[in-house]
Design a protein around this ligand. Structure first.
Ligand code: IZC
Ligand code: ZN
Length: 437
């Protein structure tokens, strides 16, 4: 018989329903499909019922078997959080750069001096697949504790065909073995490696003619991303790389207008990118083009915070009708955290997104940004049972009691897979029981 799990008597359920076909924009981002005193029923890995707790009880009463009950009294239930932008797979760390930046060096100066991404590239090239797997798995475990059930992972610390493939193969293995689902992005165009510093065009040629076909051949990525930035890849090079990716079936994404206003937002609209990410310095024209083309703005306020920069103009984007998603940008240089809830706090407090918009942005809109909205991102019948129980009475509370892990229980594919700092011993025993189903 299929196991049935009944999440009983949640104080509040944020269902984020009704936006699986297209991402939420404007005022729609405020509509969370709230259910007070709700219940959810799960069969195997799918949600089969969501509604008031009385209705949920009536639903399970009709079933021929006893459900496992998860008591959600006093708790908030949301869809599993989705991180649509991470650089998950790398070796080593860059804490020394924090000190350099505090002494006045800029992120780009550190990169131009052979540090930054290039330092992580050296470390990643030297690492075996096993080492990369272990280091990245630790980060994934932490993501899960913060309620993340699906994330996107980019390559881009290999910068040779073999080393890019190595990173993507590690991401694939992690996807196969870890509770978190991983959607991969090829980002060979993350930096010009030192050996091509005097001939960046030759590196672009290698990305287009060697790396992209190899990635497509092994079916190792869904998306192709480019660090389109002054001193990294130009608009023209980015366009060529993304168009070449498109021909091989890879959907474009862009690191756009992070440090200077280069026209990355406009390029995202032109090439039909699924998302443009960062956008700290996006022009009004770029924002308008993104709205017209339906490009999702993946905003990364943890990066702005860690680089001590002004964050993206989220309010302007939402008012212009751009669908906004939120993500960590987890990477060793400009955002070393797995706490998506903390990023949500930054979105609220530093970008003035409302608590409702923040939740839409880190669930259904993030699902759209990785092409998974038909399966995840909301609590609706038929979707995957990826859920987070927060030790919070309502959704406002998780922005108010900021910077602490309020995650109580994480459910992935209908199974309890993690508890946060508040999971009590009884909860752990229960998690083991359900986890072994
Ligand atoms: O390792 O610095 N911005 N890529 C673009 C990054 C940050 C990652 C890094
Ligand atoms: Zn990034």
């Amino acid at each position: 018989m299929n196991p049935i799990v009944y999440i009983k008597n949640a104080n509040q359920i944020v269902s984020v329903s009704g936006a699986s076909a297209s991402p939420k924009t404007g005022k729609e981002m405020e509509d969370l499909g709230l259910i007070e005193h709700g219940g959810i029923v799960i069969e195997r890995d799918r949600i089969v019922f969501v509604g008031s707790d009385e209705e949920a009880q009536a639903y399970v009463d009709t079933l021929a078997q006893e459900p496992f009950i998860i008591d959600a009294s006093g708790k908030l239930v949301t869809p599993g959080l989705i991180d649509a932008h991470t650089h998950l797979v790398f070796a080593g760390s860059r804490e020394k750069e924090l000190e350099m930046r505090l002494q006045g060096a800029s992120y780009i100066e550190i990169l131009e001096a052979g540090g930054g991404i290039l330092y992580s590239t050296t470390q990643t090239r030297q690492a075996s697949e096993e080492q990369l797997f272990e280091e990245s798995k630790k980060r994934l475990d932490r993501f899960l504790q913060y309620g993340v059930t699906t994330l996107e992972a980019k390559s881009g610390y290999g910068l040779t065909t073999a080393d890019e493939l190595k990173q993507l193969r590690v991401a694939r293995k992690l996807n196969e073995s870890h509770e978190i689902d991983i959607v991969s992005t090829f980002m060979g165009a993350h930096a010009i490696p030192l050996e091509y510093k005097s001939d960046p065009e030759e590196y672009v040629r290698i990305v287009i003619e060697e790396m992209l076909p190899a990635v497509a051949e092994e079916n190792l990525a869904v998306f192709c991303d480019v660090f389109c930035e002054q001193g990294v890849f130009t608009i023209e090079q980015s366009e060529r790389i993304l168009e070449a990716g498109k021909k091989l079936g890879l959907i474009p994404k862009i690191h756009a207008d992070e440090i200077v206003t280069l026209g990355g937002a406009e390029l995202a609209a032109k090439v039909g990118a699924i998302s443009a990410d960062h956008l700290l310095k996006a022009s009004d024209e770029g924002i308008a083009r993104m709205a017209e083309a339906g490009v999702i703005a993946v905003l990364l306020p943890g990066t702005a915070f860690f680089l001590m920069e002004e964050p993206a103009e989220a309010r302007k984007m939402i008012e212009a009708g751009v669908p906004v998603a939120l993500s960590t940008d987890r990477n060793p240089g400009s955002c070393p955290t797995e706490s998506l809830p903390l990023i949500m706090n930054f979105a609220c407090l530093n970008m003035k997104m409302t608590p409702a918009e923040v939740l839409a942005a880190s669930t259904i809109n993030a699902a759209h940004a990785i092409g998974r909205a038909a399966e995840i991102g909301s609590i609706e019948v038929g979707k995957k049972a990826d859920l987070v129980l927060f030790d919070a009475p309502n959704y406002l509370f998780i922005q108010y009691n900021f910077g602490v892990n309020l995650v109580d229980t994480v459910i992935k594919n209908g199974r309890v897979v993690a508890g946060g700092t508040h999971l009590r011993p009884t909860g752990l025993a229960f998690a083991k029981e359900i986890g072994n189903l």
